[in-house]
Design a protein around this ligand. Structure first.
Ligand code: HEM
Length: 439
């Protein structure tokens, strides 16, 4: 089956094939008892896991600020994180069960004269234990580098500034952005994805403990994806199938062209990809009061089938030139899929890998009559996309979308970040090793 045929056969079938091939090639360990939910994803390889990996059902995203003073401390952190992530992907504790070692980093509490007890490294547990006895649940941990690793407040803290890729330029401010600093940016990113929410959260929690004096959490976001079964594309919280027209991950040429960094940037980024995350709040109360026909115009797709308007089934190509008997476009000028289409954006393609979130409720107060006070959901989408270059990927597409998309009546971008995710690590290497070797 060619990549194109597989895509037309539907994403789940394609994912099944991808994982079957990947599993055979990488010798994936199927834990006793078998079944996709119990399998382990390989950690080592030319690309990091969690990018083209068939999407797991749960995600825990964390952005960190680096507090380490020296470059070797950052390298030590990445080595410790890599080792722990590889172990957890196999279903093992993050560090040997009763041997949780601190990094060899000057510790805030270890100097002896600061009033704190000196930590006894050997006495620290190597794992918190809540995944003991659980399967790896296809855990992947994907690491990314924010601009702050290379330069912060005009300072080249770690002597890495010369290695900053041009593609890691700050994203422009887009129309409508309401990014909250406490949920935006970060020097490092870690995204754990797994089919079990406890496994995903556990992975980040261990890495936070291991980071100790070298990095601290800046913002986090948990997310989930519906268990839509083998034959369906999962729906987002607006009730539409999401992910239909993603580039096919089993087509190596398409991935090389649009997703993996190549020779255009620094050598340490080859085989890596740039991650744009956006925490997008959705005004679901408002959306739920719209007619279905209006919702379908907003996306340019039929709600239940997922077919493009004017088409019959989900994987039909959208006909952006079709008009109705009155001469109006069948897919509105400001419909989401028209503004997002590669043909509208110089051929730009990104790989979307988003998760819904549901963080309780907030109080809102209107500043106009009748001054209603209401509770509204803090729910939406942690939009995550990967690309070879965000300038010709996310920014190229989102620049016009931010101005004209009908969807903007219902969504607000409140946080996120841009991270360079280096290529994968081989056995014995750590993520980003080539960066630290080059600088
Ligand atoms: C809450 C926010 C968003 C929601 C609910 C949403 C939902 C959707 C849905 C339902 C589709 C159609 C099915 C599919 O092809 O997956 C779609 C397509 C797409 N969206 Fe979004 N989206 C959101 C934000 C964004 C953002 C910020 C971008 C940034 C560039 C984006 C880029 C795309 C692209 C590239 C497509 C495929 C278009 C095509 O070629 O047909 N989306 N989105």
């Amino acid at each position: 089956m060619s990549g194109e045929d597989a895509r037309r056969a539907g994403p789940s079938r394609r994912h099944f094939l991808t994982s079957a091939v990947g599993a055979a090639a990488a010798g994936v360990a199927a834990i006793q008892g078998g079944g996709a939910a119990r399998a382990a994803e390989p950690f080592h390889g030319p690309h990091q896991g969690g990018i083209t990996t068939p999407q797991q059902r749960h995600s825990y995203f964390a952005a960190f600020d680096l507090t380490a003073a020296r470059r070797e401390d950052v390298a030590a952190l990445l080595r410790a994180w890599t080792d722990a992530a590889a172990r957890m992907a196999r279903g093992e504790p993050a560090q040997p069960w009763d041997g949780g070692l601190r990094l060899a980093v000057p510790d805030r509490t270890a100097s002896g004269d600061d009033g704190y007890a000196k930590p006894d490294a050997a006495a620290m547990a190597g794992d918190s234990g809540e995944t003991a006895g659980l399967a790896p649940a296809r855990l992947t941990v994907t690491f990314g580098f924010g601009a702050g690793l290379f330069e912060k407040d005009g300072m080249d803290r770690y002597g890495l500034a010369a290695q900053r890729p041009a593609a890691l330029a700050e994203l422009p401010r887009f129309v409508g952005d309401q990014l909250v600093p406490a949920q935006t940016g970060g020097d490092l990113s870690v995204q754990a994805c797994a089919d079990d929410p406890q496994v995903a959260f556990h992975a980040v929690r261990q890495l936070v403990r291991i980071a100790d004096a070298a990095a601290q959490l800046r913002w986090v976001q948990s997310g989930f994806l519906a268990d839509a079964g083998a034959a369906q594309t999962p729906r987002n919280l607006m009730g539409f199938k999401d992910g239909t027209n993603n580039p096919p991950t089993d087509d190596a040429a398409t991935m090389a062209q649009f997703i993996w960094a190549g020779d255009e940037g620094p050598a340490w980024m080859r085989g890596g990809s740039y991650l744009v995350a956006r925490r997008i709040r959705i005004a679901v109360e408002h959306w739920d009061r719209m007619r279905i026909a209006f919702q379908e115009q907003t996306f340019g797709r039929t709600k239940l089938s997922g077919a493009p308007l004017g088409g019959k089934s989900e994987f039909d190509a959208p006909d952006l030139d079709a008009s109705d008997s009155d001469g109006n476009p069948v897919i509105a000028e400001n419909a989401h899929i028209r503004l997002a289409a590669p043909t509208a954006n110089d051929g730009a393609r990104i790989l979307r890998r988003s998760y819904s979130y549901n963080d309780g409720i907030n109080l809102t107060a209107e500043r106009w009559p009748p001054w209603r006070h209401e509770l509204e959901y803090d729910a939406g989408l942690l939009f995550v996309c990967y690309q070879r270059d965000p300038r010709s990927g996310f920014s190229r597409i989102f620049e016009r979308m931010a101005k004209f998309d009908m969807l903007n009546q219902f969504v607000t971008h409140v946080g996120g970040g841009l991270f360079a995710c280096p290529g994968g690590a081989g056995e014995g290497e750590f993520i980003g090793q080539a960066l630290f070797a080059a600088a």
